[in-house]
Design a protein around this ligand. Structure first.
Ligand SMILES: [Cu+2]
Length: 492
C-alpha cells in the first residue's frame, strides 16, 4: 500500500504545478465581477445574466399527446468557460448539456436518435423504468448504434421528477466530452413556480497549457476517480442567472461528473429539499448544504430572500472521496476549500413570489416488516492490483444476481474499501432504509443512485416491479469502465 501511495504522489507531481496555477487563477477570478464582464450565454458576448428557466427540445408532434424529438450526437467544440473550445467535445444537438427533454407523467416518448460521431453509442435514460430493450445496456453489450446509424428509443413514462440521459459506452470519456442532458417529467398537481431551473453539474480535467481535455490518464487516476480542473454549471464555469427578490425557484440539480461528489450551498440562502432521484419527497426538509454523488439528483426550492442588486454564488465545498485516515492521500486539483460554481444576480425589482406547492408523491414506506434479502453485494478495491470489484470479480465476470419480480426485496451493499462509491441500479427504483444499522438521517424517497460510504453497509429495498436483465454499477465512471459492474435478473 505504501508503494501505491508513493506511486500516486509521484504521478501527482506534474499536476501539483497546474493545481497551484489553478488555485491562483481562482483567487484572482472574481465570479461576481464576471457578471458584468465576459461571462453570460454561449456567445460569450452578452454581459447580462441569463433568464431563469430552460428551453425544452422541440416536440415534433405536439398534437399526439406524447413527446417526439430529434436527437443527434456529433462532434462539437464547446467552450467550458475558459474561452478555449474543447476540440474533442461531443454534444447532443450541438449543446452541452444537451437540450432538456420535457414531458408529462404517462407520456409516450419517442426519440429519433442519430449517431453522427465516429464511435459506437447507446443511450441510457438514467432513473427511468423503461424496458430492457430501451435501457441502453443490451445495445452496449451487443448491438450499439454505430456511426452513421439511427435508432428510435420509445418508452412510456411511469416516473415523474428529474432525470438525465447519457451515453453508456466508454462513459468516462464520452460523458466527460459532453454527452449528457436533463429530463424533466411533470407530475399531476405540480404547480409551476416562478422559475424552474435545471442545472447539470460537471467537472472537466483540462491540460493546463492547451486547455484541452487531458488524455486518458494513469491507472491510479482510474482507481482514484478523475477529478476535474474546471467546475461547470450547464456546461460553463461562468454562468450567471437573473433573479428577482421574492421569487420562488425550483432548482433541479444533477451530478454528471465522472467522480466528483458536490457539496453545495448558496450564499445567504436556504434550500428546501423537495425531491430526489425518483420524484418529490413525502417530507421536504430544509438544509444549508446538499451533497450529490455522481448520477444523483436533487430538487431544491429556493426563495429569493436576497437584496435587490446583489449577487450570490453557488459554492462547492471539497468532498473527500477517501476516508481521512486511509492509506491513500487524495488529491483534488480544485484545492481544499470552496469554489464558486455559478452566480445568481438580483435585479432591482421585488415581487410577491409564487411560493411552492408540494405535489403528493407516491412513496410507500418499508418501516414495517423486513422484506426478504435478495442479495448482499461486496465492493472492494485492490490499489496494488489496480482493480475495483463486486463480489470478488470485475464485469463481465461478476456472478448474475437472480431475484423474483414484484416481491418486496432487500439488498445490502457492503463497501469494504476506503473510498465512497455511488451505486447505481438500472430498471427498478429503491429506498435506502438502513446505513450501518441506523435509518438514514433524512428519508430520500425513491432512489436509483446512492452513496455507499467507506467501510459501510447500506440496505435498500425495492418492489422490483420492472422485470428484466438489468445492469448495476458504480457511477464513478472510471470504476464503471474498469468493471465495477454486474447484472441482475429480475423475474426468475
Ligand atoms: Cu466506485
Amino acid at each position: 500500500m505504501r508503494t501505491a501511495l508513493w506511486l500516486w504522489l509521484s504521478l501527482s507531481l506534474s499536476l501539483l504545478l497546474s493545481a497551484a496555477a489553478c488555485d491562483a487563477g481562482l483567487d484572482t477570478r472574481d465570479p461576481v465581477g464576471d457578471v458584468g464582464g465576459d461571462s453570460g450565454d454561449d456567445t460569450g458576448a452578452n454581459a447580462l445574466p441569463e433568464a431563469c428557466g430552460y428551453t425544452p427540445m422541440t416536440d415534433l408532434d405536439p398534437a399526439d399527446g406524447g413527446v417526439e424529438v430529434d436527437l443527434r450526437a456529433s462532434a462539437f467544440a464547446w467552450d467550458p468557460g475558459t474561452g478555449v473550445p474543447i476540440a474533442a467535445g461531443l454534444a447532443f444537438n450541438e449543446s452541452v448539456p444537451g437540450p432538456v427533454l420535457e414531458a408529462n407523467l404517462g407520456d409516450r416518448v419517442r426519440v429519433h436518435f442519430t449517431n453522427d460521431t465516429t464511435i459506437d453509442m447507446s443511450l441510457h435514460w438514467h432513473g427511468l423504468r423503461v424496458s430492457p430493450e430501451m435501457d441502453g445496456i443490451q445495445q452496449m453489450l451487443g448491438d450499439p448504434v454505430s456511426p452513421g446509424e439511427s435508432f428510435e428509443y420509445e418508452f412510456t413514462l411511469v416516473d415523474g421528477g428529474f432525470y438525465w440521459f447519457h451515453t453508456h459506452m466508454n462513459t468516462a470519456t464520452t460523458i466527460e466530452a459532453g454527452l449528457y442532458a436533463p429530463i424533466i417529467i411533470h407530475v399531476p398537481g405540480e404547480v409551476a413556480p416562478d422559475c424552474d431551473l435545471p442545472v447539470v453539474l460537471d467537472d472537466v480535467l483540462l491540460d493546463e497549457d492547451t486547455q484541452q481535455l487531458a488524455p486518458p490518464d494513469t491507472d491510479m487516476m482510474q482507481l482514484m476517480g478523475r477529478l476535474g480542473t474546471v467546475l461547470m454549471a450547464n456546461g460553463r464555469s461562468d454562468r450567471s442567472i437573473g433573479w428577482t427578490a421574492g421569487q420562488t425557484t425550483l432548482l433541479r440539480l444533477v451530478n454528471a461528473s465522472n467522480a466528483r461528489y458536490w457539496d453545495l450551498r448558496l450564499e445567504d440562502h436556504e434550500f428546501t429539499v423537495v425531491g430526489s432521484d425518483g420524484g418529490f419527497l413525502a417530507e421536504p426538509y430544509t438544509a444549508d448544504h446538499v451533497v450529490l454523488a455522481p448520477g444523483e439528483r436533487t430538487m431544491l426550492v429556493v426563495e429569493a430572500t436576497g437584496t435587490p442588486g446583489a449577487t450570490y454564488r453557488l459554492m462547492n465545498r471539497r468532498f473527500q472521496l477517501h476516508e481521512e485516515d486511509g492509506d491513500m492521500i487524495e488529491y483534488d486539483p480544485m484545492g481544499e476549500g470552496e469554489n464558486p460554481v455559478m452566480s445568481f444576480v438580483y435585479d432591482d425589482q421585488a415581487l410577491a413570489g409564487s411560493g411552492w406547492t408540494q405535489p403528493t408523491p407516491d412513496v410507500p414506506s418499508w418501516t414495517g416488516a423486513v422484506p426478504n434479502l435478495g442479495h448482499h453485494w461486496l465492493l472492494e478495491e485492490d490499489m496494488m492490483g489496480g482493480t475495483v470489484t463486486i463480489d470478488g470479480a470485475s464485469f463481465p465476470d461478476v456472478p448474475m444476481v437472480e431475484v423474483m419480480t414484484s416481491v418486496d426485496t432487500t439488498f445490502e451493499i457492503e463497501n469494504a474499501s476506503e473510498m465512497h462509491h455511488p451505486f447505481h441500479i438500472h430498471g427498478n427504483r429503491f429506498q435506502v432504509v438502513d446505513v450501518d444499522g441506523a435509518p438514514p438521517a433524512q428519508a430520500q424517497g425513491w432512489k436509483d443512485t446512492f452513496d455507499i460510504p467507506p467501510r459501510t453497509t447500506v440496505t435498500i429495498v425495492s418492489e422490483l416491479d420492472n422485470p428484466g436483465e438489468w445492469m448495476y454499477h458504480c457511477h464513478i465512471l472510471e470504476h464503471a469502465d474498469e468493471g465495477m459492474a454486474g447484472m441482475m435478473m429480475v423475474g426468475m
